[in-house]
Design a protein around this ligand. Structure first.
Ligand code: DX5
Ligand code: ZN
Length: 220
């Protein structure tokens, strides 16, 4: 089964003084969903946004909101993010001692459930929860900041995960250093959700040109 290719602009790299407008430009130029990075300054060294920002973005677009929780104890906050309008909530494998329970909890709220893995986390650790996830998010940089260089050693892992998931309709997202150069490699390995911050919101020719370059690289 071919998994449809989706482009998910990551607002971490957007101009926050014009966030609504920038999301709308990305949507007009073919974004499939909007990626929102939540960081707590504990799980990752940076602090970013919370449910308030998700709620604000919910008002400016109909696109699914894909919320990436880079936080410890995510169970304490998933309800608030679901209430704010998140369409998918992705938690980190490394932050969840009771991942099976956390994923079930997210699904019970009627939201798609995802699990993200850091570059050092092996794919095989997902085997016992693979049946519970709608999304596997492979971090292709160490999480915490936009604009980092893609780690090519993550490519075999993407391939291994797609093999593990088989025909299941699970999205494999790639997050970090995704641009027109890395897009063909991650697609070939089996990813289908291209999450990109800098390559879209900081593109030299503007958001439209950033979207166009990734779409072209993806053959869309
Ligand atoms: C990094 C975040 C990413 C980030 C990617 O921790 O999870 O979503 O926005 O940024 P780029 O595409 O600039 O590497
Ligand atoms: Zn992210």
């Amino acid at each position: 089964m071919a998994h449809s290719v989706k482009i998910a602009p990551s607002v971490l790299s957007a101009d926050f003084t014009r966030l609504g407008e920038q999301v709308q430009i990305a949507a007009e130029h073919g974004a499939s969903q909007i990626h929102i990075d939540v960081m707590d300054g504990v799980f990752v060294p940076n602090i970013t946004m919370g449910p308030l920002v998700v709620k604000a973005i919910r008002r400016v677009t109909r696109l699914p909101l894909d919320v990436h929780l880079m936080i410890i104890e995510p169970d304490r906050h998933v309800q608030a993010f679901a209430d704010a309008g998140a369409s998918a909530l992705t938690v980190h494998f490394e932050a969840c001692p009771h991942l099976h329970r956390t994923l079930q909890y997210i699904k019970s709220l009627g939201v798609r459930a995802g699990v993200a893995i850091n570059p050092h986390t092996p794919a095989t650790l997902l085997s016992e929860i693979a049946h519970l996830v709608d999304i596997v998010l492979v971090m292709t940089v160490n999480p915490g900041f936009g604009g980092q260089a893609f780690l090519p050693e993550t490519l075999p892992k993407i391939r291994q995960i797609r093999q593990m998931l088989g025909e299941r309709p699970v999205d494999i997202g790639v997050d970090g250093g995704i641009d027109a150069q890395t897009t063909p490699q991650v697609l070939e390995a089996g990813a289908n959700v291209l999450i990109a911050g800098n390559a879209i919101f900081a593109a030299a020719g503007g958001i439209a040109s950033g979207m166009k370059a990734i779409k072209q690289a993806a053959g869309k």
